[in-house]
Design a protein around this ligand. Structure first.
Ligand code: SF4
Ligand code: SF4
Length: 268
């Protein structure tokens, strides 16, 4: 995010909206730490421009200060429209694609960090009997995640006979989905968060969970994992036993897809 120095009056409104906490007020002006900014545009979207004249606003602020008056203005505005989303070039443009939910990825044409996962599995049939879907969520507001951290996770998972979801934007950034290597030119870019999506046989699920756990402990960010599978004919959840035996408890707010869409057949 760029801040127009000519326009900024240092009101500080944008500071509280920054998802990464990287805007500070210095010498009466807002300054963005560009290395840590993930170009999510949240500050811009939340602080509507009032379009006021910066000279006038500065003069009024000084006048109010002299008389120790406090102006109780709106906090969801940039009085002078100083916040200016820049045109981004590759690879920095990836920051916005992954961090701003209103922007679509060039690779998939879809906005957001991942796909519909198993939520529409009754139609897509992505996860079949005997398989588990795994989503690994890296990064959060306030922390973010570098692609070199995601790369460590995908390279560690690739040898475990996993299939990375081809529609996921991270998969599109791999040099080779068999090795999990991401492109070298993006590794120093940072995003708010990203989701690795893969499927694996239930037999290999335990190894995948253990690797996620091991690698997560080496990363300077937040990692969470979700597992899904098709229910058995008796309503059992096949991945539950694998997860519990591996030492992981399942969240009580798990979801069940009732399969009310168009049914798929798996030929068995
Ligand atoms: S909201 Fe606008 S004027 Fe206020 S500190 Fe941020 S950029 Fe400057
Ligand atoms: S674009 Fe996002 S990360 Fe960058 S300064 Fe604005 S809110 Fe903060």
């Amino acid at each position: 995010m760029k801040i127009d120095e000519e326009k900024c009056v240092g009101c500080g409104n944008c500071v509280s909206f920054c998802t990464m906490g990287v805007i500070r007020i210095e010498n009466g002006l807002a300054v963005v730490n560009e290395d840590e900014c993930v170009e999510c545009n949240t500050c811009y979207r939340c602080c509507e421009s009032e379009g006021l004249n910066p000279t006038l606003v500065r003069a009024l602020r000084k006048l109010f200060a002299v008389f120790r008056l406090r102006y109780d203005g709106r906090i969801d505005v940039c009085p002078t429209g100083a916040l200016t989303p820049p045109e981004l070039e590759w690879p920095r443009s990836l920051r916005r694609a992954f961090s701003d939910p209103t922007v679509a990825h060039d690779s998939t044409g879809m906005a957001g960090r991942g796909t519909e996962e198993i939520k529409t599995n009754d139609i897509t049939g992505r996860i079949g009997p005997g398989e588990a879907g795994v989503v690994i969520d890296l990064g959060r507001p306030g922390t973010g995640v570098f692609f070199h951290e995601i790369d460590r996770m995908t390279r560690a998972l690739a040898p475990l006979r996993v299939t990375f979801e081809p529609e996921n934007p991270l998969t599109a950034l791999m040099i080779d989905a068999r090795t999990g290597n991401l492109r070298d030119d993006i590794l120093q870019e940072k995003v708010l968060s990203a989701i690795i999506e893969l499927k694996v046989t239930l037999g290999d699920l335990r190894d995948v969970l253990n690797v996620v756990d091991d690698v997560a402990g080496t990363l300077d960010t937040v990692v969470s994992a979700g597992v899904s599978s098709r229910c058995d004919s008796d309503g059992g959840v096949p991945h539950e036993r694998v997860c519990v035996e591996a030492g992981y408890s399942l969240s009580p707010n798990g979801k069940t897809n009732l399969g009310l869409g168009r049914p798929v057949t798996f030929g068995d």
